[in-house]
Design a protein around this ligand. Structure first.
Ligand code: DGL
Length: 279
């Protein structure tokens, strides 16, 4: 695999099952505009949220290998489900055999690192996909870092399909968002911060705010992940130097590119001309 590395371009890879990771990429590019990026959305196989561990792991590993073949030295899994179900195995088992000098980072750890500063009542809510919630990744990581915080999770299986099908502004979204917000808040009325633990959910943020009590903070991951990546690159100059700096961004998808591009353009606020890829 090392023989496939491009000598001229080493973009930072950003991967998600679908469109959601674009909400992370957009924020990363605001903070770190100088680097080259390649986004990969596995839209043809999204959503991942209801899939088994094995399948999420296999799909994510295929995506990481593909991005490495595009020259990426560093890949961000901008997907909580993939971070929860595949990241640890890839970091601990696969990387050594592929190329021990490359890195794959997730979105759960940086989010958890921030949460201690964002709650006063020490009661935190998490919205996530069924896969993320069942993995207990947030509960475990928060328990390690902030044992005084109580975590209340709620899975929202309909939210990703609403976003992927461009229904996030429609009345169907109101129905499901209200139902899921009520379920989470009924677990504990003292929740004062809610993590949107799925990168698709910022697209539903306005609706979520409509149904969550006004004093509750809604925490989006994009800015958190962006600043955490900056911090990582500051602390790892050996990796920083290997990332190419042309300010470019390529968008790739496993779906038909003509279906992907118009929706992606809404997420990132500029015109996207995506390429279709096969993993
Ligand atoms: N956007 C992804 C996440 O952060 C996954 C959504 C899905 O494919 O179900 O979990």
């Amino acid at each position: 695999m090392a023989s496939n590395i491009s000598t001229t371009s080493a973009p930072i890879g950003v991967f998600d099952s679908g469109f959601g990771g674009l909400s992370i990429l957009r924020e990363i590019r605001k903070v770190l505009p100088q680097y080259d990026y390649i986004f990969l959305g596995d839209n043809a196989r999204a959503p991942y949220g209801n899939r088994s561990y094995q399948l999420v792991y296999e799909f994510t590993l295929q995506a990481v290998k593909h991005l490495f073949n595009q020259g990426c030295q560093l890949v961000i899994l901008a997907c909580n489900t993939a971070s929860a179900k595949a990241l640890r195995s890839i970091q601990q088992r696969d990387l050594a055999g592929i190329d021990p000098n490359r890195r794959v980072l997730g979105v759960i750890r940086p989010t958890v690192e921030e949460i201690g500063n964002l709650t006063t009542t020490r009661n935190v809510g998490i919205f996530g996909t069924p896969g993320t919630v069942q993995s207990l990744s947030y509960d475990i990581e928060i328990g390690k870092m902030f044992p005084d915080i109580k975590v209340y999770s709620h899975a929202c299986p309909m939210w990703v399909p609403l976003v992927e099908n461009r229904e996030s502004d429609g009345p169907g979204a109101d129905y499901f968002v209200k139902k899921d917000v009520d379920s989470l808040m009924s677990q504990c009325a003292d929740i004062d911060a809610i993590i949107l633990g799925c990168t698709h959910y910022p697209l539903l943020c306005e609706k979520i705010k409509k149904y969550v009590p006004a004093h509750v903070k809604i925490i989006e991951q994009g800015p958190i992940v962006a600043h955490s990546l900056k911090d990582y690159l500051d602390r790892h100059p050996e990796m920083e130097q290997r990332c190419s700096k042309g300010g470019s961004c390529r968008y790739t998808t496993t779906e038909d590119a003509s279906r992907f591009s118009p929706v992606a353009s809404i997420f990132v606020n500029h015109t996207v001309n995506a390429e279709h890829v096969i993993l």
